[in-house]
Design a protein around this ligand. Structure first.
Ligand SMILES: NC(=O)c1ccc[n+]([C@@H]2O[C@H](COP(=O)([O-])OP(=O)(O)OC[C@H]3O[C@@H](n4cnc5c(N)ncnc54)[C@H](OP(=O)(O)O)[C@@H]3O)[C@@H](O)[C@H]2O)c1
Length: 371
């Protein structure tokens, strides 16, 4: 039973042995709404006890009740998945598309970290500190696909997640943005385990992460965009010339020798307004979101932590704030080209991945979308 007296919902984890999967296990092992029931990974791991199948990389031990749990193949018919009220996915994108669809077709509810369904016109792309209202498209998704219960909700690329939270605070305070320029400094764990070879990343910066810039430019507009009044279509602002997106976003992504925590340098131009730096700092400090109003278990007390020190945020010092569930913002200053520039930091595996999926599912529980 949960602390509120509700029955805990059984959950499955796909990709349970990977970087994101391990965070799911850590975060769900003592969760008030959810109880881990089934674990899935590739055929290399299936049939083995979890502790043997995974290379555990977190600084807390594998929870006792998980160590001897047998990893299953990622099939909806594999032991345990049919009883799950939610299935969290930390699958590689090259396999996530087909596997997640097979779970949805079996009337299971998927909360996914993979990129495969983020652009799907029926699937919400949700950063829980920004746009949980997009969950309203789920009824249309189920109806269109003729499914009684199954649906897919995705969360964003890890860098996009860290970016859109401060951008949402700016739009809430001062109206639409016109242009965003962002350069990221992304952690090694962002590419999963074992990730970039040490000889490529130590003493180095790699100025290219395949597909990442397009994800930031595209996803930002879906997340900050609207849903029509009948909750059936996202407003993606495609112009007659085919130009996509309400906000012009230009991203440059780099990989740096940091284990966890993606940093971004951001410059923003507003469409109509010209707030002062003090007003912008206040908007960051006072930003509140629906996850906080609903008081779901993973919602951080502050969605944005505004740092005053000129040398913050830093990944090593700030990624653990509020258990990695918030975005740190600092160095808010005038931009001589646009209006304002700042630095933001997100824990890429927590708010950037597992925490977002879990918080999205908590919100879905509160909205009666998971029973
Ligand atoms: N790392 C991050 O910061 C981050 C942030 C946001 C989103 N994501 C996304 O989350 C997903 C997982 O990323 P990750 O970093 O956790 O990757 P990872 O460490 O490489 O883990 C991948 C997982 O997928 C499983 N898998 C691989 N091939 C499979 C197959 N054919 N059938 C079933 N399972 C298979 C692996 O199982 P085995 O152990 O058995 O091989 C493992 O559990 C990706 O889509 C990634 O883009 C990652």
């Amino acid at each position: 039973m949960t602390s509120g007296g509700k029955k805990q919902i059984k959950v499955g984890i796909l990709g349970a042995t990977g970087t994101v999967g391990q965070r799911f296990i850590q975060l769900l092992s003592a969760h008030p709404y959810f109880k881990i029931h089934a674990l899935g990974a590739s055929s290399r791991s299936a049939g083995q006890e979890y502790a043997k199948a995974t290379k555990w990389k977190l600084n807390t031990p594998i929870p006792d009740e998980i160590k001897t749990k047998v990893v299953q193949e990622c099939k909806p018919t594999a032991e345990g998945f049919a009883e799950c009220g939610v299935v969290f996915s930390g699958l590689d994108h090259d396999v996530a598309g087909d596997i997640e669809e097979s779970f949805r077709q079996s009337n299971l509810i998927i909360f996914s970290n993979a990129k495969n369904y983020r652009r799907d016109p029926l699937c919400p792309l949700i950063v829980p500190l920004v746009n949980p209202s997009h969950l309203s498209i789920i009824a249309h998704q189920k109806k269109t696909l003729g499914l009684e219960k199954g649906y897919i909700v995705t969360n964003a690329n890890c860098s996009t997640t860290g970016l859109v939270v401060p951008l949402a605070a700016l739009e809430k305070g001062f109206g639409p943005l016109k242009t965003v320029m962002v350069t990221t400094l992304q952690a090694i764990s962002g590419s999963g385990y074992p990730g970039v070879p040490s000889l490529d990343i130590l003493d180095n910066v790699v100025p290219h992460i395949g597909g990442e810039e397009e994800k930031i430019e595209w996803e930002t507009n879906k997340i900050l965009g609207g849903l029509n009044s009948s909750n059936t279509e996202f407003d993606l602002h495609v112009s007659e010339e085919g130009k996509y997106g309400r906000i012009n976003v230009s991203a440059t992504t780099t990989r740096v020798p940091v284990i966890d925590g993606h940093t971004a340098s951001v410059s923003v131009k507003f469409r109509d307004s010209k707030p002062t730096i003090e007003e912008i700092q206040k908007a960051f400090r006072e930003y509140r979101c629906e996850a906080q109003e609903l008081n779901v278990p993973s919602a951080p007390p502050q969605a944005i932590v505004l740092h005053e020190a000129p040398d913050r945020p830093q990944p090593r010092l700030d990624r653990d704030l509020h258990n990695g569930a918030c975005v740190s913002v600092g160095r808010v200053r005038p931009c001589p080209v646009f209006d304002v520039k700042f630095i933001c930091l997100v824990d890429n595996v927590r708010l950037g991945a597992a925490t977002s999926s879990i918080m999205n599912a908590e919100i879905a529980v509160e909205k009666g979308l998971i029973v």
